[in-house]
Structures are given as structure tokens and as C-alpha cells.
Design a protein around this ligand. Structure first.
Ligand code: MN
Length: 355
């Protein structure tokens, strides 16, 4: 096994939080509202002496997310991770009313830009926008990318059960394309009532399985709705090695040819796999597994895959060891470890050191 040291690593799905997001999420967590995305926040909020081991573990994750400059940089240094591409942790601002969501998105983007200004060689970041108000979200895309210099945008899948294939959201895509900003579709729990069917012997509506089902569904709704015919250069990023879609490409194409479009829709110009290869990039977040990586490398090419850790939900040492020992040609590994992230998120390549 070859282990590649001196490999520049840009991790592209790294979570942070802000005091504004924490306060607003904790306020919701104290309410009686049922939303599966409140579960972890509720567990983290039970900060009494009788707190369970589980509560302490979850609380520690939120502490690590809130800590951008000390613990995070120490973790990056200890694991030779060059950069984190930061995103406001799921579900971002998508549980809030439109005004609160828009305000917290803006404050998060301001804080993110400040952290990047302080450490431009260590951090890049994706802007949070509030799909609850698509027109103001489009304005925030422009502000965050053109004025704050952020590197793309993140949306945490559905918003109150609505998906971005609905044309009312397309001002966001229009702004993203105009700014050459990739859109990272990060998972969250499935909405009700779908979510309840993911609860069996375990609650599967979460990172164990439901996240992948939800984000994969979101991607398929986009692929089949015609958004990539309207915006051929739109770039979508999926975590978790493509939320299982790469595994299904043959079947998706086969069945797509057989299925009629629903009334009011026309079939897209290309097949699902053709959009997936042209408009999507995937990251390795949470999947430190060489067989899946090799498969995606063969089916999608090295140009469509980017390294990610999913810090602090997943641990850096395992993800870094996975990347450095990946059984791929060195040139392809360079693309996956950092080159594609530099290209897609407009991150400056390493300055060449003279002497
Ligand atoms: Mn994540």
C-alpha cells in the first residue's frame, strides 16, 4: 500500500455553527414542535448534571463546531489538513421563519467571511441562504459571493417539505450560475410524513440512512425537472460519495427511457447519468471506504470527486488516512484531494515556495 504524504488536502464539507444559529435552534428545541432535525439539538441542550453520556457526546460535537479558530486549527494541524471548506451545520436556517432565516443566514455569512479573512490559507466557505424567501436568497448569493468572497452556497435539502425543483426557487440557481457558485445540497432528515416510515427498530431517518435517501431524492428531482436544460452550467455538489446515486446510474437511465413525464413536464434533453456526470460533483464525506471510491472513480472520473471529512461529526484521522492511502494514480489523487475543490470553489492553489 502506498501512502501519499505531502498531499495537499482541502476538506469540503466541514461544519461550523454560530451563536445566532445555536440560540435560534435551542429556542426551537425547547418548544414542542416536532421536527426530526431538532433531535440532536435537543440532546445537546440537556446540559444538567444528570446529562447522559450521549448528551455529553452530542454537546461536545456542537462545541467543536462553534470553535473555529483554536480546536479546529489544532485538529487540522495534527492531521495535516490544509484547508476546511466551512458550511453552517444542517439544517442551516431552514427551520426558521423567512425573516429570521434570512437574518441568520446573513450573520453566518458575515462571520464566515471574517474567519476566512483571518486565515485565508486555512479556510474557505459556502454561503448559507434561506430558500424560504427565494428572491432575498438570490440577493444573498450575490452579496456572499461577490462582496464577501465566499466560495459557493449550501442548501440543506428540503425546506418545509419543498424541493428546489419547484421553479419558485430558481432565482437562487440563476444567481448561483451568474456568480459561478456551486450549490452543495447537504442532507437533512426527511420531512413528515415520509420520515415516520424510516423509524423501525432504529430511527433510520438520520445520518445512518435517511440523509442519503433524502439528498438522493432531491438530486433526482433536480435531474428530472429540467433545471439543467435551463441552466446547463449549474454545478451541484453531493456529499457521501453521491448519496448512492452513482450505484444506480444504469438503472436510472434504463427506467428513465421507459417512464413518461408527468402532465405539465417534458422529458429532459439528456439521461440522468449524463447530467450526473456533467452537472454534479461528489465528495467523500463520511465514506472513508476504498471500494466505493474506486467505483466512483471508474464511473464518474477523477474530475468529479472531492475530499471531505464531515468534521466534527466524523473524525479527521480516519478520513485523512483513507485519502492518503487511496489506490488511485497520483495525478487523480491530486485532483480529488485538492485540485477539483480549487477549480469548483475558486480556492487559490498553494503558492509556489521559492528557494
Ligand atoms: Mn455533513
Amino acid at each position: 500500500m502506498i501512502v501519499h504524504d505531502r498531499l495537499r488536502l482541502i476538506a469540503t464539507e466541514e461544519a461550523f455553527t454560530t451563536p445566532e444559529q445555536v440560540d435560534a435552534m435551542r429556542a426551537l428545541a425547547r418548544s414542542t414542535w416536532h421536527d426530526a432535525d431538532l433531535r440532536l439539538w435537543r440532546e445537546a441542550s440537556r446540559g444538567d448534571d444528570a446529562a447522559s453520556t450521549r448528551t455529553r457526546i452530542v454537546s461536545a460535537i456542537y462545541d467543536r463546531m462553534a470553535d473555529i479558530e483554536s480546536g479546529r486549527l489544532a485538529d487540522m494541524d495534527a492531521n495535516d489538513v490544509d484547508m476546511h471548506l466551512l458550511l453552517l451545520t444542517a439544517p442551516g436556517v431552514q427551520l426558521f421563519d423567512p425573516d429570521t432565516a434570512t437574518a441568520i443566514a446573513a450573520s453566518s455569512n458575515d462571520r464566515l467571511a471574517q474567519a476566512i479573512r483571518l486565515h485565508p490559507d486555512r479556510f474557505a466557505g459556502l454561503a448559507t441562504v434561506a430558500p424560504q424567501d427565494p428572491k432575498r436568497a438570490a440577493v444573498e448569493v450575490e452579496r456572499a459571493v461577490r462582496k464577501l468572497g465566499l466560495n459557493g452556497i449550501v442548501i440543506n435539502s428540503h425546506t418545509d417539505g419543498e424541493y428546489l425543483d419547484d421553479q419558485k426557487f430558481w432565482p437562487i440557481f440563476e444567481a448561483a450560475v451568474a456568480c459561478d457558485a456551486a450549490v452543495y445540497i447537504h442532507p437533512r432528515n426527511l420531512p413528515e410524513p415520509a420520515g415516520r416510515y424510516y423509524v423501525g427498530a432504529m430511527d433510520l431517518n438520520g445520518a445512518i440512512f435517511g440523509f442519503q435517501a433524502e439528498a438522493g431524492l432531491h438530486a433526482m428531482r433536480l435531474i428530472t425537472c429540467g433545471v439543467f436544460d435551463r441552466f446547463p452550467t449549474l454545478k451541484i455538489v453531493l456529499g457521501h460519495l453521491g448519496e448512492a446515486l452513482p450505484f444506480w446510474l444504469y438503472r436510472l437511465d434504463y427506467m428513465y427511457r421507459k417512464y413518461p413525464a408527468r402532465p405539465g413536464f417534458t422529458k429532459t434533453q439528456l439521461l440522468p447519468s449524463e447530467y450526473f456526470k456533467r452537472n454534479f460533483l461528489i465528495t467523500t464525506s463520511g465514506v472513508s471506504y476504498h471500494p466505493t471510491l474506486r467505483y466512483c472513480h471508474e464511473v464518474l472520473s477523477a474530475d468529479n470527486i472531492m475530499f471531505a471529512i464531515d468534521y466534527p461529526y466524523q473524525e479527521s484521522p480516519e478520513a485523512v488516512a483513507f485519502m492518503r492511502s487511496a489506490p488511485l494514480p497520483r495525478a487523480d489523487l491530486e485532483k480529488i484531494a485538492h485540485g477539483n475543490a480549487e477549480r469548483i470553489f475558486h480556492i487559490a492553489p498553494t503558492p509556489v515556495k521559492v528557494g
